[in-house]
Design a protein around this ligand. Sequence first.
Ligand SMILES: Cc1cc2nc3c(=O)[nH]c(=O)nc-3n(C[C@H](O)[C@H](O)[C@H](O)COP(=O)(O)OP(=O)(O)OC[C@H]3O[C@@H](n4cnc5c(N)ncnc54)[C@H](O)[C@@H]3O)c2cc1C
Length: 536
Amino acid sequence: MDTPDIIVIGGGSAGAAMAGRLAEGGTRVLLVEAGRSDKTLKSRVPALTSSVVQNPDYDWCYKVEPDPSLGGRADVWPAGKLLGGGSSLNGMMFIRGHKWDYDHWADLGASGWDYQSVLPYFRRLEDNERGPDAWRGTGGPIGVSEVRSRYTITDDWIAAAEAAGIPRSEDLNGKSAEGVDYVQVSQRGGLRCSTARGYLEGRDYDGRLKVELECQVLRILVEDGRACGVVVRQGREERTWRSTRGVVLSAGSMNTPRLLMLSGIGPAEHLQDMGIPLVRDLPGVGRNLQDHVGTHLVNTVSGTTLNTDAQGLRGALQLLKFAALRTGALTTGIGHAQAFVHGRPGLPAPNLQISFAAFAFDFDEQGRLMLRKDAAVSTLIGLMRPSARGRITLRSADPLAPPVITHQQLGSEDDIEQIVEGIAIARRIMEATPMAAQITGEVRPGAALDAPEALREYVKLASIPLYHPVGTAKMGAAEDLMAVVDPDLAVHGVEGLWVADASIFPSLPAGNTNATAIMVGDKGSDHVLKALRANR
Ligand SMILES: Cc1cc2nc3c(=O)[nH]c(=O)nc-3n(C[C@H](O)[C@H](O)[C@H](O)COP(=O)(O)OP(=O)(O)OC[C@H]3O[C@@H](n4cnc5c(N)ncnc54)[C@H](O)[C@@H]3O)c2cc1C
């Protein structure tokens, strides 16, 4: 390909969708991805996810600053560094979020991103095993399937949740995102269906799409106020690639603000401190960082769970099952059933995601995460609308230096209180029929931890980030000084530059963020195509 029309930076959940759809729409696209190919069993076989997460060959492994709200812990935040990005290493839970979330985006200034406007894109991006209806789609690039690692105890958990008063949802991605149901996963035929697989694999769109791997963009070239190319590092070489119509930045919530700032687009004062010449003062770049946070309830149980299935001969049987039928333990994602609930009255939408898995992890003596050896289940109580807002800044002007990530997962006493309320709901499910008869113990927090104050302390120490960073280049109206892109995803004040990834979310949706990021890439392509047609 000669000079492309558009360069897309980052082939992750949103970027691969963006690049595929732009090429489908007649645009000549160069997709530049820092990571390697996702065509490896480690990514494709669902249960091998743990071999890519926190593996620097496939993961950016960002170390955040010590978080005072988590007792000063400095966690490592994983982020996909391979084609497909997060969609190639995540837990594969496929969930869109609540109607209210998108109507709220529109209220925050993202006009044209209300629920009715995003729904057609959620439908067109998926190939839903449950079939189509007014809310769900078939024939799209992303396979959405039922969990193929089925355990009776998951059915029992759903029944117990109903007995505890949580209504059964027909489809949490359908008419109502409230109640309890099985998880759906982004898989096709028992293998992970990343955006690399869904939008790119085996397709070059009649020569209109070229993908460069292991090629890290160092900065975006802006000349006379217009984005016209990128400076990249491939191997030891540094080079410049130009495009005729512009650049789409889809490098994810940590790298998108980093690249904007390295290119002179961001808070003027910070750029001056870093010695980077200012191209456009946008104070919102890197601000508004949000992430879900959650705490686990872990129970030992009688009967079979994935933990016991992973041992010895049973483990061998699971291997055979996977090889022959693409079912069983090796197809597991991070959750098997889930409930979206209102933890307290008066909320416009559920504030808690309670995810159940028919397995549980523990830490070994070196502090590494290991599957427990006994039959155990885990319930993750996730806070859907945490109050904290963090920040991404540059460490230096060195484009290879990791960014500084400053965040407090638990931003207020009320955040902690909501999780404590969620633990009470999760415990009530375990005490309900038919779960109660199978519970042999509570490992975490531990039955002795019952008093509210003790539980609050537990939440502060045991909560974990859910790896859903969003919002660091937020979309908003022109009059919102902290908005980085407008509702067409165009960067304020720079021609020919768009952002499409989770960084543009004005706020967190209720649920894991991959499906929403893909929707942003897919819908975003229509905004870019519209702009290209208008400026012909
Ligand atoms: C461990 C983990 C588990 C998760 N589990 C789930 C789940 O079960 N369900 C769910 O819905 N969500 C889950 N998520 C979240 C979800 O995967 C992300 O929200 C989503 O992938 C974000 O998409 P994105 O397009 O914004 O960024 P990404 O998918 O991260 O894409 C960014 C891409 O840009 C590339 N890139 C970055 N910088 C450069 C550069 N300078 N030059 C070139 N390329 C660059 C990256 O390598 C990457 O491929 C999980 C995330 C993680 C990390």
